[in-house]
Design a protein around this ligand. Sequence first.
Ligand code: HEM
Length: 485
Amino acid sequence: MSTNPNKLTTSWGAPVGDNQNSMTAGARGPTLIQDVHLLEKLAHFNRERVPERVVHAKGAGAHGYFEVTNDLSGYTKAAFLSEVGKRTPMFIRFSTVAGELGSADTVRDPRGFAVKFYTEEGNYDLVGNNTPVFFIRDAIKFPDFIHTQKRHPQTHLKNPNAVWDFWSLSPESLHQVTILMSDRGIPATLRHMHGFGSHTFKWVSDRGEGVWVKYHFKTEQGVKNLDVDLAAKLAGENPDYHTEDLFNAIANGDFPAWKLHVQIMPLEDADTYRFDPFDVTKVWSQKDYPLIEVGRMVLDRNPENYFAEVEQATFSPGSFVPGIEASPDKMLQGRLFAYSDAHRYRVGANHNALPINRPKAEANNYQRDGQMRPDTNGGGSVYYEPNSYGGPAQSPEHKPAAYAVSGQADSVAYDHHDHYTQAGDLYRLLSEDERERLVRTIVGAMMPVEKDEIKLRQIGHFYKADPDYGQRVAAGLGLSVPQGD
Ligand code: HEM
């Protein structure tokens, strides 16, 4: 059937007679309900929004490819990493965390760094941030943490009191708070920042042997950050500054690229390492586990349509492919549930059938029906298992590697309570200028906190990381470091 793209039609494909004047009873009379084109147009408009992401609502995306530059197939059987030179198409979505869909890009916030690799064995999503650690280390604290980053239920304002109350009562946040308040808290552009998987993951080889890994994407553009005054000005003048920069860079053929590295830890080291390597508030020393190059990611194509691709993209830390598995990280374990659940609510049960999320490898299973099923829904093929009709069957060689666990079912904290050494090491690495800016930023952020009790508790944490750190924040706030803490 031939179609004429210049002919305006309704959503059911019928030609529209008039798209400028609604049908009225007489030239000056009321509008007629029989103008079904008008009804459809207004009704569809009312349904243009899907719920924004509960976190990471504001984002920018791009397509590209990942190319293997180093053969690590001895560590993982992941097919897309199997040989040097192999290319896999990918899509990335960068985001801020706390702001709403229309919020400013140049705010102080971690940046999301969510990558979808369309591999021949299904989609692999690496849903990370531009920081190697996180504020908390148990998923059970996430909703409370995010409440403090969002708006006050009465005033609908951001609430520094809640932010610092929560952080000061959750000292595991200190490392990430120090990164966030440092120059890296406001990247110059989305191109000038590193990306991290943050959690520990497991790689499994075709011999069934595992290792723990951490991912690091290193920007080839170099790390650059924004001066706070410029960032504030841009937030007012061009709230979409980062989104625009990414789009224009790619449109102009200036394709941003990142080198992907991993740190690899033998499985047994997890039992004896000086802290729990599954604790996402800690980085592994690169002296102990050096960076090993894996490949290169290049972003070379802008989305054709923001909503279809960027807004409807659904990334899940649980979208693994054979050769890559979860670790017992208590945050990661919670995320394995949270994302797909969010996608079913935000986009729908068939979100993985949408073009941006659909695997390049065919999805064959017994899931049927559900709202907005955009494909052939399995046609007349067998729709249950087990069956005698040659329907898709499991492949036991792709079972995740067996993993020994022991102990009692209980709600237990990580047993390592040194929240201070790594935050202090970071502080000590900074130049005097960087420390000065860090302290100024923290003092500015803490000044509006109502209760001195909260400020003093937090100063105690900075002090434990490094006495100079604590003393300078205390001085900036006109307080003294609490004694005996
Ligand atoms: C988005 C939950 C921790 C990175 C989201 C979304 C949820 C969520 C519900 C929205 C998903 C959607 O609507 O599509 C959680 C929970 C966490 C957690 C429960 C802790 C238990 C983290 C951590 C990182 C992270 C540790 C990074 C290391 C992201 C990113 C996105 C996101 C990058 C945006 C994905 C996109 O671009 O669509 N998170 N999150 N989250 N989260 Fe988390």
